[in-house]
Structure formats: C-alpha cells, structure tokens
Design a protein around this ligand. Structure first.
Ligand SMILES: [Zn+2]
Length: 484
C-alpha cells in the first residue's frame, strides 16, 4: 500500500492492474481513460465518492453517453463501484443505496420525512459511482469518520437534488441548518436555539410554526428517542429562546438536527408535489435502456417481485415481412443465418442510437430508449441500414416493419433478463403490427414529440385513426415511408 500524508492515498499496483483491465475492455478510448486516471489521482477526497457521471461529463466537456460507457467499463474493471440511490422527493436525501438492483425494493421509508416513498426509476433513483477503495481511499468512503454535518448535508443529500426554486439541496441545508450533531447511545444532547418567526423543524421532535402573535411561549423541549420515530404534532409557538434536549435510548447513533426557514420557503417545499427534484443526473431508467449496461451486467436487473415503475420509456418493435416465405424460398439454414445477421445490424443501430435491445422474439426485436427521439432516429437508421444490407446482397432479402410508442412501463426481470411490461408495451406492439414492409408506424405520442418533425422531414407521413386489439378507444397513428 502506498499511503502518503501528502496528497491522495492512491494504491498503485491495484490501480495499474485495473487500468490495464479497463484499457483492454474499453479499447480505442485512451483519452477518456487517461482523463479518468488523472481524475482518480487528483480529485479532492469528497469528489471521488458518489460521482454523478452527467456532472463529470459536463466538467470535462465530454459526451454524456461516452462517460456513462466509460464508467460502466471502469466498474467492470474494478476501478469504480456503482450504487442505485433512492432519493426522497420530500427532502432530497438519499434514503437507501443499493449496489445492485437485485437488492432494491419497491418502497423505501424516509426517516426524515417519516413517509414511504415509491421507487421511481425515472425521477428519484440516481446512479452514483465511487472510486474503488482498493484504488484510492478517502475518508468519504467511510461515513462513520465524517462529522455529522458532512454526513447529513454532503454525503446523504443527493448532489443533484434541487429545491423547486433551483437552489441545490446541499446549499439549502447549509444555509438553513441550525445545528446538527451526533447523539451516541445512552447520551443526551443539549441545544440552545433562538426561535425566529417562520418554520422550525426538529429531526427528532415537533415541527414549530413560530408566530409573533402567538402567546404560546415554549422554553424547553425534551425528547427521548427509543426506536422508530413517532410523528409529533405541529405546534404554533411564540418567538424566543428554546432549550432542546435529545436523549438517545436506542442502541444506535442518531443525528440531532434542526432547520429554520421562513414561512414562504416552507410553502415552497411542502405540498403534494415534490419539494425537491433531481437536476442533471443519471436515472435508473436511463441506465436500464443502455446497451452497455445490459451487456456488461446482464444478471443485475433482478428486481422486486412487483417490478419497478419507469415513468417514460420509448418501446420499439420490429418484425420481418414475409419471413415464412423467406424460409421457404432460400431454406432454413440460409434464412436463419440471414435473420441472425439482420439482428446484428439492428443491434448496432440500436446501440448507436443510445437504446438497448431488450429481447428478440422469433424474427422480431424489442428495444427500449430513454429518449424517445432516439427511437425515431433508430427506426430511420434501421430502414437505411437494412436497405444497404439488401443492396450488398443484390436482392431485397429482408423487409422491416417497425412501430414505436412511448409511455409508462413496469421494469421487471424475467429469465434473468430485463423486460418491460404494461400497456405502453402492448400498444407499441399493436402499432408495429399495423406497419407494412419498409414502413414505420408511430403512436401520436411519439409523432408529436418536440423535435420529431425535424427528424421525419424526409418522410411521407399519413395520420390514421384506428382501433387496435385490446385498446378500447380509437387511437391516432402515423404511417411513415420514404417519399417515392
Ligand atoms: Zn424525506
């Protein structure tokens, strides 16, 4: 081990060994690897844990998808570890972290807000990367060694969480924190504060509305914590000094803290809509639509029995026109080879358009895209690439029928592979079923996306109102084909 009192503690032999592994698996990206190497060596201690890849890409002037690929390969090589962080929409804190989705549940309990939160892979599951301890150690690897304030504000608050007015959650807590301190088992913490007009919230204890017109003067609040944390009733009190004691009768270390905000700031945070949202971050649902992730970590998508909600994902299906006739005409062996080659072409197109191939079903392909515009781009590329494929074969061997739709899905794992279920998937398949050879059918939701018209400028588009099996209402679909 190479430990130095001057500068970061980098462990050279294992660092070099893992860098070699990364270079081998992520070849032809030497500049990205060199940049990551320099980052691991030089970044401040607090920056090498829970790294946000989107932020990293912005800081280094790199393409997001490239950096996510780099980080996934670096994780495979043992340079980085990766966590799924469930972030609470009420307080912006990381409620729970998982090293694999296998361990994740559908709900998590926020100990700050005292409510159950649904795991929402689109909006509130953030992927963070950490430099492996075997490569470089930092005190942030071990939150027990941090001060209570560092843990609560810098470590447990999601870096990308923002209040509704755009303030970063960490800045918000630094500004409004009154005190924060550990209370060890068996100990009592005593805190003197001055209650000022507005809203005052104790992590253990009641929430106070401090109102100058109130004659309810409260000078002392004594709380004993045993287990769990009962919700205390909100009280209206007069301004003035307050002595707060917290006795820890539980077997675990707890954090005593309070925040003080004005009434207007409180109104901005509470209510039915989330008080916090996540800014630029890598969401769980985006990761699940990345081919690199599915390729490198195929068994890592085993989830809770009920599946996890993905708010918005584009689902694209393809099928081959007249495949029975094709098998008949050129024979099973040749036809099968052809179909396999066509899978290869589609797979490359999907990956190039930042999607993931979810599965093949017979001669059909199902793919998912985090950004639905990429699904449109992929559909157009598929037609072009298959045309090229046919041209080089000298005959029109493969003719594709493509369809796509976007909406809510349930991400589940079946046969150890990620899959999507729900009405969005059903509708995408139905829309695809309407397409004839060399046609793309898009649902109205896809067709009306901002930016779609530009992508489709070269295509001839016809809108139709149709009934499809399993859907009660009539739906509008758009048939797209190359202009004659
Ligand atoms: Zn919360």
């Amino acid at each position: 081990m190479t430990l130095s009192n001057f500068g970061p503690a980098v462990h050279e032999p294992s660092f070099q060994e893992r860098l070699d592994r990364l270079r081998a698996s992520y070849a032809n990206h030497d500049d990205l690897v060199r940049e990551l190497e320099s980052f691991v060596r030089k970044a401040p201690d607090d920056q090498i844990v829970r790294i946000n890849p989107i932020q990293y890409a912005a800081n280094h002037g790199r393409d997001e998808a490239e950096v996510i690929d780099l980080f996934l390969h670096a994780r495979k090589a043992g340079l980085l570890t990766m966590e799924w962080h469930y972030v609470c929409r009420g307080c912006g804190m990381i409620i729970e972290s998982f090293h694999t989705l296998n361990a994740a549940g559908e709900h998590s309990f926020c100990k700050t807000c005292l409510v159950n939160r649904d795991a929402d892979l689109s909006d509130f599951v953030e992927i963070g990367f950490t430099v492996s301890k075997a490569v470089r150690t930092s005190r942030f690897h071990d939150p027990e060694r941090l001060s209570a304030k560092e843990v609560v504000i810098d470590y447990n608050t999601a870096a990308s969480a923002m209040a509704r007015d755009g303030t970063k959650a960490r800045d918000f807590y630094w500004r409004h924190n009154v005190f924060v301190s550990y209370v060890e088992p068996g100990e009592t913490g005593t805190f003197q504060v001055n209650l000022e007009p507005g809203f005052f919230a104790l992590r253990y204890g009641p929430e106070l509305i401090v109102d100058p017109s109130s004659d309810n003067r409260v000078e002392r609040i004594d709380i004993t914590h045993r287990d769990g944390r009962p919700a205390e009733k909100m009280q209206t009190v007069a301004p003035g000094s307050l002595t707060y004691t917290l006795t820890n009768a539980s077997p675990d270390r707890i954090v005593a803290s309070a925040i003080s905000v004005t009434e207007a700031e409180r109104a901005a945070l509470s209510g039915t809509t989330p008080g916090f949202k996540l800014g630029d971050f890598l969401s769980g649902s985006r990761l699940l639509s990345m081919q690199t992730f599915l390729d490198l970590f195929p068994s890592e998508t085993v989830m809770s029995a009920g599946g996890l909600a993905v708010k918005r994902v584009a689902v694209l299906f393809t099928d081959i026109k007249g495949s029975t006739a094709l098998y008949d005409r050129i024979g099973d062996m040749k036809a099968f080879n052809l179909v396999r080659q066509h899978f290869g072409v589609l797979r490359d197109v999907i990956a190039a358009n930042r999607g993931a191939l979810v599965k093949t079903i017979g001669d059909a392909v199902m793919a998912s895209f985090h950004d639905p515009l990429n699904a449109i781009g992929a559909a157009l590329d598929m037609l072009a690439q298959i045309r090229r494929f046919n041209d080089s074969a000298g005959e029109e061997l493969i003719m594709l029928k493509i369809g796509a739709h976007v909406g809510r899905c349930l991400a589940v794992t079946l046969n150890e592979r990620l899959d999507y279920f729900g009405q969005t998937v059903n509708l995408a398949a139905r829309v695809q079923g309407l397409a004839a050879e060399n046609e793309i059918y898009l649902s109205d939701e896809m067709y009306c996306l901002p930016g779609a018209a530009v992508l489709l400028a070269a295509m001839q588009c016809d809108a139709q109102t149709v009934h499809v099996k399993g859907i009660e209402r009539e739906i509008v679909v758009h048939a797209l084909r190359a202009r004659p």
